[in-house]
Write a protein that binds this ligand. Structure first.
Ligand SMILES: Nc1nc2c(c(=O)[nH]1)N[C@H]1C(S)=C(S)[C@@H](COP(=O)(O)O)O[C@H]1N2
Ligand SMILES: [Mo]
Length: 510
């Protein structure tokens, strides 16, 4: 180990025993400044280009060399190693979109398994490493504009005699869900941090058990002071941005927290202890808001007069107009994305699938709306958005204030060849989705809530000619796929050809 490595390791040592992966930055501006100085002397691998070139066909899809190097530069390689080890233990079967910071997406099959997403399959979105914090030494500090600053152990928080508990069914959706559709049509910000090229699987639903933050503020802190307008959540993980270091920090308005069961401090997910990758030992769950506000590994809560100045709150998760881009973007010219809009996705079939059917095609997917709106109606169009068929209520999972509905529909389809299917959802406020990706493209590629579209190739067996062709193929031990491979036999014999062409000559007779 070189002299400088020894130095960084003592400079940026872990803050507390039993809190592996936790370096405190927010309390020590001088320490932050030294980290920046060190980072400024280094050259880091550029972020991989993945918007203007096809995504690699590998697993993990993208490798986070740059973030690994950031951590290594500050002597924090152990965090990188522990994160990946935890992913392999807790999330072996996810689609690994980025290995570090870890971003893992739920596969199509896993998404459709049921209303609640198994912890093993729930997507993970990280901005830094996964820490390893021992429950018995963990404490949560609450300060700022509260009547009394407190430190609470997990034992305190879990004691039902001290705080009333709640269980809430919550869909967490990353605001980057379905971003790949924006990228495929119109690339946007590559950013200092990779904006993960998510498909339809950066969404999942779980029952979280914990205590409403409102109750903790009231019972432990004697309430917030009248100036308090926002609650800031600080997570243990180290976050790098433009050569500065931070602990992950976000905030939500006090108005939101006041709705008792809409902001929880949770330690249990689907009846099991919160997995490390989901924020163990304690996380915030903010219903109806973008996933980013549900701070994992939360160890400090500050009551503030203004929203958090942390870069994740103030400089990211912004929604710009389509005329804002690299040429003119500023943090203040996009609005802050908090509540999720209504959106949906077709999970089965998949884009470009060939479907052999008997006049009906079955589609399945999810539909969700944030802000406490629930999904009322899901409609599917087999013609790109002119004719719509509504999903039967019996074919949707039950309603929740803060969770998605999975749906299924058999759509009547007579036409053959390429068809464009799309889905749109109506929520309880009668909101629906923008029609095209282009209608809602934005520079940071957030909230791709436009109607999800897929193109499928319809082969209708109820048509005689099609049935005949399928039988021919079957007799030869072949199928219709791959569509792009030509048939290797004559399509009709000479007699049949001549009969048809003589009945309907190709040229006018005179
Ligand atoms: N401390 C911390 N909390 C965090 C994040 C993070 O990187 N660090 N990522 C956020 C984002 S962007 C999302 S979408 C959700 C994802 O929650 P999950 O990983 O439990 O699915 O966690 C949020 N909470
Ligand atoms: Mo996210």
């Amino acid at each position: 180990m070189s002299q400088s490595e020894v130095d960084v390791q003592s400079l940026f040592a872990e803050e507390k025993v039993g809190w592996s992966g936790y370096v405190e930055w927010e309390k020590y501006p001088e320490k932050k400044a030294i980290a920046t100085q060190i980072l400024n002397t280094k050259k880091f691998t550029p972020i991989p280009e993945f918007q203007f070139v096809p995504l690699p066909n590998t697993n993990p899809i993208l490798i986070g060399h740059r973030w690994k190097e950031y951590h290594e530069a500050l002597g924090l390689k152990n965090i990188v190693d522990f994160s990946w080890k935890t992913v392999l233990e807790e999330k072996p079967d996810l689609l690994h979109v980025l290995d570090f910071p870890y971003n893992g997406e739920t596969t199509r099959e896993q998404l459709l398994l049921g209303k609640l997403t198994d912890n093993k399959y729930h997507f993970v979105r990280n901005h830094g490493g996964i820490p390893d914090i021992q429950e018995d030494v963990f404490e949560l500090e609450i300060g700022g504009l509260v009547n009394k600053t407190v430190k609470l152990s997990l034992k305190d928080l879990k004691d039902p005699a001290k705080f009333p508990q709640a269980e809430v069914t919550v869909t967490l959706q990353c605001s980057g869900t379905r971003r790949i559709e924006q990228i495929n049509e119109y690339p946007g910000d590559g950013d200092e941090l990779i904006n993960a090229p998510w498909g339809e699987g950066a969404i999942g639903t779980a029952v979280y058990r914990g205590v409403p933050l409102k109750k903790v503020l009231k019972l432990a802190c004697g309430g917030v002071t009248p100036e308090c307008k926002h609650l800031e959540f600080i997570g243990v993980d180290t976050y790098f941005k433009k050569n500065n270091v931070f602990n992950y920090a976000v905030s939500v308005p006090w108005r939101k927290v006041r709705n008792n069961e809409e902001v929880l401090l949770a330690w249990e997910m689907n009846g099991k202890p919160l997995p490390k990758s989901h924020g163990a030992p304690l996380r915030v769950v903010v219903t109806g808001y973008i996933g980013a506000r549900s701070c994992k590994w939360v160890y400090r809560i500050n009551a503030l007069a203004e929203p958090s100045m942390g870069p994740v709150q103030a400089q990211e998760y912004l929604y710009f107009t389509s005329q804002i881009g690299k040429q003119n973007t500023k943090y203040s010219n996009g609005f802050s994305i908090q509540q999720m809009p209504v959106s949906s996705a077709i999970i089965s079939p998949v884009n470009r699938q060939v479907i052999v059917h008997e006049g009906k095609i079955t589609l399945k997917g999810w539909a969700y709306s944030g802000g406490g709106n629930w999904v009322e109606r899901v409609e599917v169009s087999p013609d790109g958005g002119s004719v719509w068929y509504a999903v039967d209520q019996d074919d949707m999972t039950e309603k929740h204030y803060h969770a998605w509905r999975l749906w299924k529909i058999d759509v009547p389809v007579d036409a053959e060849g390429w068809l464009e299917f799309c889905v749109r959802t109506w929520d309880s406020s009668n909101n629906t989705e923008p029609t095209f990706v282009r209608s809602a493209w934005n520079w940071d590629l957030h909230v791709t809530s436009s109607c999800h579209r897929i193109k499928v190739y319809s082969v209708n067996k109820t048509r005689a000619a099609t049935m005949k062709r399928l039988k021919e193929l079957e007799a030869r031990g072949e199928g219709i796929e791959p569509l792009s491979h030509p048939l290797e036999y004559q399509l009709e014999d000479t007699e049949e050809y001549l009969k048809a062409c003589r009945a309907h000559p190709r040229e006018p007779v005179c």
